[in-house]
Design a protein around this ligand. Structure first.
Ligand code: SF4
Length: 61
């Protein structure tokens, strides 16, 4: 499973707070997902972040 952050991101930081293993905030103030397969042990948290994103900016790649 992989994720990516689309251009809807408003930089609220929730995803990084929920699942820092997968999402981090860039210097541009938006989130970015790791570009590798997500470790199964954190998939649940990554999906939680995807579901909780207020603007639907997180998608499954
Ligand atoms: S939760 Fe959504 S809007 Fe907030 S930083 Fe993450 S991708 Fe961007």
């Amino acid at each position: 499973m992989k994720f990516f952050v689309n251009s809807n991101c408003i930089g609220c930081g929730m995803c990084e707070g929920t699942c820092p293993a997968v999402f981090h905030m860039t210097d541009e103030g938006v989130a970015m997902a790791i570009d590798t397969e997500v470790d199964p042990t954190v998939e649940g948290l990554a999906q939680e972040a995807m579901a909780g994103c207020p603007v639907g900016a997180i998608e499954e790649a």
